[in-house]
Design a protein around this ligand. Structure first.
Ligand code: NAP
Length: 283
């Protein structure tokens, strides 16, 4: 049976470390503020936004909440982002995605000041990651790296295969693994003989967006398997992109769903908000 990587425990450690840093900043008279903007009332977004606000409360970060109606115009939303960009008391800005169809998500993401882009989605921060500059790293990919490092899993020199090349998961995860000196291969829907490639992986990161897609025949004995996927099955239970039951006895280590990568995203958001003080000072 594989080592089950405990995302809940690691996320709690990271939030506690942030809480200490935030308390130390408070003693120096520095308060960290995250502005959370939500458009409409999508139930999944409500859950994510509430989790983020709760985490802020725990860590000691002030959160400002902007709940806009589904009918808000793109101009109105951009004007709010601009106002928050210019507000010196706001350290981080988060616009919860997805946005309604009449609003161009890229336009909004690109309008957020890179210095306040705690989601790490702005092209400046994406570029900074790819050329090795400091900046905000998007939360889920950063969480994947923390899960590996804090579980004592060596990345340097290892064969790392990332399944998926999305802008929010696959690409940044692969850049981060490369930064950690892994030897990285990225696969996608057009990849031929995919199992031959994934079976070479010492570390396999799965972000294909297909429930229980990866079975034991995709992996080599003893591989570390990180499952980024989140899905709800017909019984309303959560599952990942990996068939956990089928893979767990062959893998050397594996993340469960829930309790693996998912819980890390908010923890890394807290980490980015805490780092915003330094990032804003440097700028
Ligand atoms: P996405 O944008 O749908 O991208 C999926 C990627 O998988 C694409 O690059 C696609 O290839 C590739 N793919 C699809 N079918 C494949 C196949 N049969 N073989 C190999 N590759 C295949 O998904 P995403 O946004 O990266 O999300 C991936 C998963 O992570 C989802 O389950 C999502 O819910 C979850 N997620 C979790 C968190 C979190 O834990 N907080 C955050 C974000 C996402 P092409 O590029 O060729 O289409």
């Amino acid at each position: 049976m594989a080592l089950i990587i405990d995302g809940k425990k690691i996320a709690a450690q990271i939030k506690d470390e942030c809480r200490e840093k935030v308390a130390a900043y408070k003693e120096q008279g520095i308060e960290i503020t995250l502005a959370v903007v939500q458009v409409g009332h999508d139930p999944a977004s409500n859950v994510y936004v509430n989790n983020k606000k709760k985490a802020c409360e725990y860590v000691g970060i002030r959160s400002l909440s902007y709940e806009l109606e589904e009918t808000v115009t793109e101009e109105e939303l951009l004007a709010l982002v601009e106002k928050l960009n210019n507000d010196p008391t706001v350290n981080g800005i988060l616009v919860q995605l997805p946005l309604p169809e009449h609003i161009d998500e890229n336009k909004v993401t690109f309008a957020i000041s890179p210095k306040k882009d705690v989601d790490g989605f702005h092209p400046y921060n994406v570029g900074a990651l790819s050329i090795g500059l400091k900046g905000y790293v998007s939360c889920t990919p950063a969480g994947v790296i923390q899960l590996l490092k804090r579980s004592g899993i060596e990345i340097a020199g290892k064969n790392c295969v990332v399944m998926g090349r999305s802008n929010i998961v696959g690409k940044p995860v692969s850049m981060l693994l490369l930064r950690e000196n892994g030897t990285v291969t990225v696969t996608h829907s057009k990849t031929e003989n995919i199992k031959e490639i994934t079976r070479q992986a010492d570390i396999l990161v799965v972000a294909v967006g297909k429930p229980r897609f990866v079975t034991s025949d995709f992996i080599k004995e003893g591989a570390v398997v990180i499952d980024v996927g989140i899905h709800r099955n017909a019984d309303n239970k959560l599952c990942g992109d990996v068939d956990f039951e089928d893979v767990k006895d062959k893998a050397g280590a594996i993340t469960p769903v829930p309790g693996g990568v998912g819980v890390m995203t908010v923890a890394m958001l807290m980490s980015n908000c805490t780092a915003s003080v330094e990032i804003n000072e440097r700028a």
